[in-house]
Design a binder for this molecule. Structure first.
Ligand code: SF4
Length: 217
C-alpha cells in the first residue's frame, strides 16, 4: 500500500469506518462474497464501480434477496417499494464520489436514495471505491463531483444538464472556486443533496473496499 492509502486507512479507522484493501477487481468480488450470507437482503445505489467489478452479478445470485430498483420492467410503484425496503436491508452497496485522505467520504445525489441509505437505515453499507477517487480534502472532493463524476453520470444517464455538454459543471465557467452547491438550475440536475460521512457512532457500519485500480467516475 502507498503512503497515501496508509494515511487514508488510518483516518478511516479513526472515523470508525472499516477500510479493506483489494489489489484488483477480482479480489474485491471475493471480499464482498465473504461478507454476504444466504438470504441476505441487499440493495444498491446503481454504481459503475460495482458494475465494472462484476459485483452487481454476484448480488443477483439466487441465494441472496437482491432488491433491484433498476431491473427491467419494474413499475414506479415497485421501485418505491424497493426504496422503502432499503431502510431495513442487511447490506447497501454503492461507491463514493470521492474519499479524502482525512478519512471522509463525499457523495452528491439527485434522487438521493444513495445518500439517505449511507446516512441511515441498512445494517451495513459497503462502498467499493477505486483509488482514482482519493482526494486531499473535502473541497477537492466536491470539485471532483463538478469536474468528473457529475458530467460523466449526466452523459451516462442521458440528463439534459449543462455539464453533460460542457464536460464540467456550469459553476466552473468563470470561477475555479465555486461554493459546494453552485450549479445549474435545471430539472435534470443530479447535484441536489450533499453528504460528507465523517466520524460514525455505529462502528464499522460503513465499510470501504479500496480497490488499487481506477473504477467508475
Ligand atoms: S449542478 Fe448541474 S451542471 Fe453542475 S455538475 Fe451538477 S448537474 Fe452538472
Amino acid at each position: 500500500m502507498t503512503e497515501q492509502i496508509n494515511k487514508l486507512f488510518k483516518n478511516l479507522e479513526t472515523n470508525k469506518i472499516k477500510p479493506i484493501f483489494a489489489e484488483n477487481k477480482n479480489e474485491a468480488v471475493k471480499i464482498v462474497e465473504s461478507m454476504l450470507f444466504d438470504g441476505a437482503v441487499i440493495t444498491w445505489g446503481g454504481s459503475m464501480s460495482l458494475i465494472e467489478c462484476g459485483i452487481d452479478k454476484l448480488l443477483r445470485e439466487e441465494k441472496y434477496n437482491f432488491l433491484d430498483r433498476g431491473r427491467a420492467g419494474i413499475t414506479p410503484e415497485e421501485q418505491q417499494e424497493c426504496f422503502k425496503a432499503s431502510i431495513g436491508a442487511d447490506f447497501f452497496f454503492c461507491s463514493a464520489n470521492a474519499i479524502t485522505e482525512n478519512g471522509e467520504i463525499v457523495n452528491v445525489d439527485g434522487l438521493s436514495n444513495r445518500v439517505s441509505s449511507i446516512a441511515f437505515g441498512p445494517k451495513k453499507v459497503i462502498m467499493v471505491v477505486g483509488e482514482n477517487k482519493i482526494v486531499p480534502n473535502i473541497k477537492e472532493g466536491f470539485l471532483r463531483v463538478k469536474k468528473i463524476a457529475a458530467p460523466k453520470n449526466c452523459v451516462r444517464l442521458n440528463k439534459d444538464t449543462p455539464c453533460a455538454k460542457l464536460g464540467h459543471c456550469v459553476s466552473l465557467l468563470n470561477n475555479d472556486n465555486p461554493d459546494i452547491s453552485d450549479g445549474c438550475k435545471c430539472n435534470d440536475r443530479i447535484c441536489c443533496n450533499y453528504l460528507v460521512s465523517s466520524l460514525q457512532r455505529d462502528k464499522d457500519r460503513l465499510h470501504v473496499i479500496l480497490v488499487n485500480e481506477d473504477l467508475g467516475y
